[in-house]
Design a protein around this ligand. Structure first.
Ligand SMILES: Nc1ncnc2c1ncn2[C@@H]1O[C@H](COP(=O)(O)OP(=O)(O)OP(=O)(O)O)[C@@H](O)[C@H]1O
Ligand SMILES: [Mg+2]
Length: 252
């Protein structure tokens, strides 16, 4: 399988501080890849690099290469709006716009080159909301304000918001850390379902969660990749001492 996201000796600096050091990582399509590691090891930095969210931070520089599909995304010719349609991102705290549920999900379709007509937009919005189970939850009331939903529904709304552009990749940075166990389980079920159509890269602090939902697991430490492998290998047969120590809770 050709990787959908591939980092080759990818490094990133915040000014003088090097936060990612020669990261090599291949993310296979239609799988869930989990990035784990202690606080400050560069998980979010890597995730944000994949849709170039770090660009907005003054003093950020990179070297090496990072590809999504066949596109090397740090080449000057890369068009960022197009990239973000291909690569959605969901954060720790759900951040719906103070708009209706419908407008939240339609939002991403209104930018870029080919804005679909009203019928097509509405179809894609409904499909996305159905995919995440919100059509059912809301009984079809899409005029409700996104910000009035429960926290877990808001997070599913933020996931739905990424879907109408039919992205290749969905990035999730600790998407369940603000949720209780029951709500977490619901979002995890959704992630497992989504991987049939989209490749998921998820950062999690929760090792059990990584074990439950990921196919591939990558351990980061001090800006470097320590080990990437099938999740059960990482948990049951790690090759590196650092991985073993992290998995058994000796640090982190
Ligand atoms: N905007 C920034 N400017 C300067 N340094 C930053 C910036 N953002 C992150 N860093 C530093 O880069 C390193 C990696 O940070 P990052 O947020 O990627 O870690 P993380 O693995 O996501 O941590 P956590 O588990 O706490 O979320 C840390 O040392 C952090 O202090
Ligand atoms: Mg982080």
């Amino acid at each position: 399988m050709e990787p959908i996201v591939q980092a080759r000796d990818f490094s990133l600096w915040y000014g003088d501080f090097q936060a990612l050091i020669d990261v090599n990582l291949s993310v296979p399509p239609q799988r869930v890849t989990a990035i784990i590691g202690p606080s400050g090891c560069g998980k979010s930095t890597f995730l944000r690099s994949v849709n170039r969210l770090n660009d907005a931070i003054p003093g950020v520089t990179t070297s090496g290469s990072l590809s999504v599909g066949k596109t090397k995304i740090y080449e000057p010719s890369t068009e960022i709006v197009g990239l973000r349609r291909e690569v959605g991102i969901v954060f720790q705290r759900p951040n719906p716009f103070p708009l209706s549920v419908y407008d939240n999900v339609a939002f991403g379709l209104q930018t870029g080159a080919d804005v679909p007509d009203r019928d097509e937009t509405s179809q894609r919005v409904v499909d996305a909301l159905e995919e995440v189970g919100l059509m059912e939850d809301l009984g079809g009331d899409l005029e409700k304000k996104g910000t009035s939903l429960s926290l877990e529904q808001q997070q599913r709304l933020c996931i739905a918001r990424c879907l109408p552009t039919q992205p290749e990749v969905l990035l999730m940075d600790e998407p369940c850390s603000a949720l209780d166990p029951e709500d977490t389980e619901r979002v995890e079920r959704l992630i497992r379902k989504l991987k049939k159509t989209v490749t998921v890269v998820i950062v999690t602090h929760n090792l059990q969660q990584a074990g439950r939902i990921s196919d591939i697991c990558s351990l980061f430490h001090l800006g470097r990749v320590v080990e990437t492998s099938k999740t059960r290998e990482i948990f049951h047969n790690p090759q590196e001492k650092l991985t073993r120590d992290f998995i058994t809770g000796r640090y982190g």
